[in-house]
Ligand binder design. Structure first.
Ligand code: 3EB
Length: 328
């Protein structure tokens, strides 16, 4: 397989669009592109009128298709897909569980058909993530719908699970983007945190289904993809109400995940400054100082900062990261 690169925040308009596997657009003004792009209509820190775009670029033209409402592109043993499902209007209380379950069923069916069984990384976004709190909070409904689909597809909900993030946005459909491949990923956990798939019941009737990070090895490359990481130690939120202390704790968690990944990495150790980061900040007014702290602490790494709701109400910030090395 040819090399894959991740073009961060740059101008994708110079690139042959047939080689773009998929990607993300962040900002208030949507762009219209021919590849599957997960668009988040969220405020970006320091946004220009263009917003922010990033994506995976292959070294040759990719295959593409639409199946069951999933837009996908495939480069040999690697597939990027995007599924967006609108919710009922008006919204039905409890409806997000069934919708999430449906989305993941379609996703797994596509992977079966494509002969690419291994889910690597999933980006989940939903409106009103804390809604329905009087019955079952929507993020908890999401966790039930997701885990049930894994189980129904005879997939593990512990141990061998993808890296992920799950965030709330102001409006829009349930939006799930994913990378899947021909080979399994190697999950990485964080010794400072209990595995999310073992969270106790106080966080909901179903623990979330994700690894703290994964090492993925398409031919000739080793990718480190770090899940959404927050100010959680053990299973508890720490530094309630203090966004800068939460950001520092998050950095300590990312450092611990990278150290753990480096024990398994085959292409040499990853360092913090070489990774690219996306930071989600709950309160718009916190973005400048979180952005400044991250830029300083990460030694000039690429960091894009957006406003979004982290899945626990007491979490003010969440950070994800990725990077890759050539593998001999
Ligand atoms: C946490 O550590 C913060 O439900 O897929 C981070 C990454 C979080 C992924 C998910 C949730 C998810 O629990 C929340």
């Amino acid at each position: 397989m040819g090399f894959l690169t991740f073009n961060v925040g740059g101008d994708l308009s110079d690139i042959d669009t047939s080689c773009i596997l998929g990607g993300f657009g962040l900002g208030l003004t949507p762009a219209n592109v021919p590849w599957p792009m997960q668009w988040l209509g969220v405020p970006v820190h320091g946004e220009t009128t263009q917003g922010w775009q990033e994506g995976w670029v292959a070294d040759r033209a990719v295959a593409s298709g639409v199946r069951d409402g999933i837009r996908w592109r495939r480069h040999e043993g690697l597939l990027f897909g995007l599924i967006e499902l609108a919710e009922a209007s008006p919204r039905v209380i409890g409806g997000l569980e069934a919708l999430t379950n449906d989305a993941y069923h379609r996703l797994f069916r596509l992977l079966d058909e494509q002969g690419l069984p291994h889910l690597w990384r999933v980006w989940n976004y939903m409106a009103d993530i804390h809604g329905d709190a009087e019955t079952l909070e929507r993020y908890r409904q999401f966790n039930r719908g997701r885990a049930r689909a894994f189980e129904q597809a005879a997939r593990s909900v512990t141990g061998q699970v993808p890296a992920a993030c799950a965030l709330g946005v102001a409006r829009g459909p349930l939006s799930i983007a994913f990378l899947a491949g021909a080979v399994p990923v190697q999950p990485v956990e964080n010794p400072r945190q209990i595995s999310a798939w073992r969270y106790p019941a106080q966080y909901g009737p179903q623990s979330p289904t994700f690894s703290r990070a994964v090492l993925a090895r398409p031919p000739g490359q080793e990718w480190l993809m770090i899940s959404g990481t927050a100010s959680i130690v053990g299973h508890e939120t720490v530094h309630r109400g203090d966004v800068l202390a939460q950001t520092r704790e998050t950095l300590a968690n990312i450092e611990a995940v990278v150290a753990q990944a480096n024990r398994l990495a085959q292409a040499g150790p990853f360092t913090l400054p070489e990774l690219s980061y996306r930071a989600y900040v709950r309160q718009l007014e916190d973005m400048p100082e979180v952005s400044r702290l991250l830029a300083h602490a990460l030694g000039g790494a690429s960091v894009v900062c957006v406003q979004a709701d982290v899945c626990r109400e007491d979490l003010l910030v969440e950070v994800e990261a990725m990077g890759w090395h050539p593998l001999a």
